[in-house]
Design a protein around this ligand. Structure first.
Ligand SMILES: Nc1ncnc2c1ncn2[C@@H]1O[C@H](COP(=O)(O)OP(=O)(O)OP(=O)(O)O)[C@@H](O)[C@H]1O
Length: 326
């Protein structure tokens, strides 16, 4: 299956080591979310993928072969600094870009019409780019990335500054592209959106990939947590070895006091204990009725905070990424 492989990229800007051994892959038909704090190295990586910046070492491959000019021309790229000519009219601009990619005038006009329709900017075709709102300029920028029917999409913060309707439009376009087999890679600081939209996510810190995988896989941490709406944990938790209480509060609708139902979060740190959920449930049930019992998984925001804030020392970025997918 076609895939974009980013293999051990390193890049320094003078004394600033922007990338250290950055590696991951984006598979055909998947949406890959690239997240990390400001200055972590996302834009640098994407610029190297596109070929506007050279890596000091490492390689980018498509289908196992180093990216050449031919493949790079098949990338749809949305640069962080954007890159439209402000005085050019929207329609004319998109046709111009499509022509640069070798399309005939007829095909270029058809593609311009298609993408301005899909992205809801058809009424603005005759306007100069600078007359559009920033959100609409961004839609034009996405149209510019798509107008030549690229085989790969690399988008640097395509969602920043968009209103919720534009976010939906942009999300649907990315889903459609992935469904058509295009590998879609984008960076974003909007983690809820990344969680909703992406098949896989890479978390980057200080120029290295520190965690990569499917959202569900990343969320299955070794510390397994359950939320139990039932008897007070004092009455049953001690019967389950290796279980500890994380938090406990009166369950909604229950009166405070001894014996009242509580909503408790409990954790079992030992990942080798099989059927520990059954043990927890049986112990709780033996102490009283259980109204709800559910596995708690961290959100991407929680995961991100954990991964990005854990050990900020530079040496930490030399360690092996927490690769959780095969
Ligand atoms: N042209 C440049 N000259 C010097 N340093 C640069 C240059 N471009 C980026 N850097 C530095 O390289 C590091 C990585 O920057 P990069 O823009 O790749 O991060 P980013 O993850 O995209 O950040 P953000 O989320 O803020 O866009 C930062 O320390 C940045 O200051």
């Amino acid at each position: 299956m076609s895939q974009l492989s980013i293999d051990s990229l390193s890049k320094a800007y003078g004394p600033v080591q922007a990338l250290r051994d950055m590696s991951f892959e984006v598979r055909a038909g998947e949406i890959f979310g690239f997240v990390g704090s400001n200055g972590a190295g996302k834009s640098t990586t994407m610029r190297i993928v596109l070929g506007v910046l050279a890596a000091d070492s490492g390689e980018v491959r498509w289908d196992g072969r180093p990216l050449d000019l031919h493949v790079r021309r098949r990338i749809g790229y949305m640069p962080e600094e954007r890159g439209l000519y402000p005085r050019m009219r929207v329609g004319e601009h998109l046709v111009y870009l499509a022509r640069l990619h070798g399309m005939s005038r007829t095909a270029a006009v058809a593609a311009m019409e298609h993408w301005t329709d899909v992205l809801g900017i058809d009424a603005r075709r005759g306007d100069e780019v600078l007359k559009l709102s920033l959100g609409n300029q961004q839609r034009v920028q996405l149209a510019a990335a798509l107008v030549h029917s690229p085989d790969i999409l690399v988008l640097d913060e395509p969602f920043s500054g968009l209103d919720p309707v534009a976010v939906d439009v942009m999300s649907q376009v990315l889903r459609d592209q992935a469904a058509a087999g295009v590998p879609v890679m984008f960076s974003s600081h909007q983690l809820e959106l990344v969680e909703r939209l992406c098949d896989r996510v890479g978390i980057v810190r200080a120029g290295s990939m520190v965690a990569v995988g499917g959202i569900d896989e990343l969320r299955s941490t070794p510390e397994r947590r359950w939320e139990v709406d039932g008897p007070a944990p004092d009455d049953w938790l001690a019967r389950v070895p290796a279980a500890r209480l994380v938090s406990s509060e009166p369950a909604s609708g229950s009166s405070a006091g001894t014996g009242a139902a509580r909503r408790s979060v409990v954790e079992v740190a030992n990942p080798d204990l099989a059927d520990v959920d059954q043990e927890l449930l049986a112990a709780a049930l033996a102490a009283g009725p259980v109204r709800e019992f559910a596995r708690v998984r961290p959100s991407l925001v929680e995961l991100y905070r954990h991964v990005v804030s854990s050990d900020e020392s530079p040496a930490a970025s030399d360690r092996t990424p927490a690769e959780v997918t095969a």
